[in-house]
Design a protein around this ligand. Structure first.
Ligand code: F6P
Length: 249
């Protein structure tokens, strides 16, 4: 079992100014999020490993051997809702051999800065260009009201069909383009068996969540996905289960 965590980067200077696109650094509030995110994933990773070991160990008919590398031993039933102390102890002891966990970010500064507080000894970080935010062509760096003022037809066209609307200018993209751009990332996510945290952007997080949670393309571009939320897709026998956490600054 593994988990795919999806989050947006911490708040950037452009978010504060209401500008779309660009390559701004994190604002002070975004740095706060990046510190909290590293602590949160550390803790989730520990809790998740314990949950998995408990599920295996306490399952009806399970033996006490939990994995080839674990020390066989006894484990009393845990109290409801709390991790079994024996599993916690064993997990902490063999942390150096813990299951793989990768952190994937886009190649934009705000996403890369959001993972600066992850311990490089324990997390392999990959920066992937296909996770970059939807490219707004001529509208990069503008606020929505500037777009409505300077390019009213474009603004209206996007409102009418947000999924297929492609931003004007060289390299301008639509959500449909982004879906294609993300295909390779999704194939790779389906292929690997370990957990991943994706630190990306609003349009990309919408596209990834729509894929994992079967959300139709008609709803996807308007999904509310504020900054400061972590979404976890956990595979279950009949589809993925979604858990959501909000950063409480
Ligand atoms: O405002 C942040 C942002 O990530 C922009 O860079 C991007 O253009 C936008 O959100 C995508 O959201 P929407 O498709 O709703 O405009």
């Amino acid at each position: 079992p593994r988990v795919i965590y999806i989050t947006r980067h911490g708040e950037s200077e452009d978010n504060v100014a209401g500008r779309i696109g660009g390559d701004a650094s994190l604002a002070p509030s975004g740095i706060g999020y990046s510190k909290a995110l590293a602590r949160f994933i550390d803790r989730r990773r520990l809790e998740f490993a314990v949950e998995v070991e408990e599920a295996t160990h306490h399952a009806p008919g399970a033996t006490t051997s939990m994995s080839a590398s674990s020390t066989p031993g006894t484990c009393s039933e845990p109290e409801a809702g709390s991790p079994c102390p024996e599993h916690l102890r064993r997990y902490r002891r063999r942390r150096c051999g813990e299951p793989d966990f990768e952190v994937w970010t886009s190649m934009l500064k705000r996403a890369m800065e959001t993972v600066e507080y992850f311990d490089p000894q324990r997390y392999r970080v990959k920066n992937i260009k296909s996770l970059n935010e939807i490219y707004a062509g001529k509208c990069e760096g503008m606020t929505y009201s500037e777009i409505a003022r300077d390019f009213p037809e474009e603004f209206e066209a996007r409102q009418l069909d947000k999924f297929y609307y492609r931003y004007p200018g060289i390299g301008g993209e639509s959500y449909a383009d982004v879906v294609l751009r993300l295909q390779q990332v999704i194939v790779e996510l389906e292929r690997i068996r370990h957990s991943v945290l994706l630190v990306t952007h609003r349009a990309m997080a919408r596209t990834l969540l729509a894929y994992f949670m079967d959300i139709p393309t008609t709803q996807m571009p308007d999904m509310e996905l504020p900054l400061g939320y972590v979404y976890a897709c956990e595979p279950r026998p009949f589809g993925n289960f979604l858990r959501v956490w909000r950063y409480d600054s």
